[in-house]
Design a protein around this ligand. Structure first.
Ligand SMILES: Nc1ncnc2c1ncn2[C@@H]1O[C@H](COP(=O)(O)OP(=O)(O)O)[C@@H](O)[C@H]1O
Ligand SMILES: [Mg+2]
Length: 327
């Protein structure tokens, strides 16, 4: 029989209800996930991309059995996340990252011993496995130092070591590079890539398009609890709506000018954003014209106009998707 998908969800939702305000009488209701249908095959790195508050951590927690869904269903490695938890847990690893979840006063090896016992790694295999994962994440030399002496990057490596200690088939990584300096972030991405060659399927969340583009074979964009797109990097590029982008910047553009830009043949969309005291308009173009000269001619009364042309990037696609959902 073929392998079950790593992940399969149907109409998955999660609502958070909390009370706030004076005497906690005010009820707030947050729909963190609004009907997620997602299938992820085994093997390779899957990226869940979305801005803060999109629901990435909520989905990660549900799939890794830390949190129950409100409705809908989710299967991971063929097991139901609500009713087959005991079968599923030994097969998955979860790295939520951050400062929490490690014991600072003891060394890395002692931390891993503690978690090995917790995960039921047989005593006879324990030291061997600990050596193997420390080596895997590049912490062998620091293994006997107390964790409180570790940098953020080293702590993140130890979190990952902990996540793979029991040999999971599927590893969840929630924003694995957040808060790391660029060098540590690069090392962490390299480590993540190398795990795949051991046959581990990786489900990672990030709010950086470049990170998803660099690491992931397939990407789903989550915005406000919904999947806005799910495709390969190449497939997402198809959504670009033109591979030329011209950015213009000035102290302001009036509505007539923006309407005139949008009406130009060849222009597929114009998105504006505030940029300090200035406004930036990003113009997506699917033809040879308009050129930068055409645009400059149209805005000839703008003495302080800055203008540049570049290739449309995947970051643009991402911002478009997030923007569309917001509107
Ligand atoms: N325990 C909770 N109680 C109430 N609201 C929550 C809770 N956890 C998350 N939320 C809300 O659910 C939404 C999604 O949060 P989250 O899954 O953490 O997003 P992300 O990880 O993409 O930043 C947010 O609006 C957040 O405020
Ligand atoms: Mg999160």
């Amino acid at each position: 029989m073929a392998d079950p998908p790593a992940i399969e969800t149907q109409r998955l939702t999660r609502v958070f209800e909390s009370r706030k305000g004076f005497l906690f009488t005010e009820k707030t209701r947050t729909e963190a996930l609004r009907g997620i249908d997602l299938t992820v095959e085994q093997g390779a790195i899957f990226g869940l991309l979305g801005p803060n508050g999109a629901g990435k951590t909520t989905l990660t927690k549900i799939l890794s059995t830390l949190l129950l869904p409100t409705s809908g269903s989710a299967h991971v490695l063929g097991y139901d996340v609500t009713t087959q938890v005991e079968h599923l847990r030994p097969r998955i690893g979860l790295v939520l990252g951050g400062e929490r979840g490690l014991y600072n006063r003891i060394n890395a090896r002692e931390n891993l011993r503690y978690f090995a016992d917790l995960y039921g790694v047989p005593r006879g295999e324990r030291e061997h496995r600990i050596d193997a994962v420390l080596d895997r994440v590049g912490l062998s030399d620091a293994a006997d130092r107390r964790v409180e002496e570790y940098s953020r990057g080293m702590k993140q490596k130890l979190h990952i070591a902990r996540g793979i200690l029991h040999g999971p088939e599927l590893l969840f990584l929630d924003e694995p590079t957040i808060g790391l300096d660029p060098k540590s972030a690069r090392e962490t991405r390299k480590l993540i890539r190398s795990l795949v060659s051991d046959g581990v399927t990786i489900f990672l969340t990030t709010h950086y398009m470049f990170e998803a583009e660099e690491l992931c074979h397939r990407i789903a964009v989550l915005t406000k609890g919904r999947i806005a797109a799910h495709d390969t990097v190449a497939g997402l590029r198809q959504l670009v709506g033109g591979d030329r982008t011209i950015e213009i910047e000035d102290y302001g553009f009036d509505d007539d000018e923006l309407a005139a830009l949008r009406a130009l043949s060849g222009v597929s969309k114009v998105v504006t954003e505030e940029f300090g005291a200035r406004i930036r308009a990003t113009i997506r173009i699917h033809a040879q014209r308009p050129t930068t000269e055409d645009i400059r001619a149209l805005l000839s009364n703008h003495a302080t106009l800055a203008l540049r042309e570049r290739r449309t990037s995947l970051e643009d696609v991402y911002l478009d998707l997030v923007e569309e959902e917001a509107n």
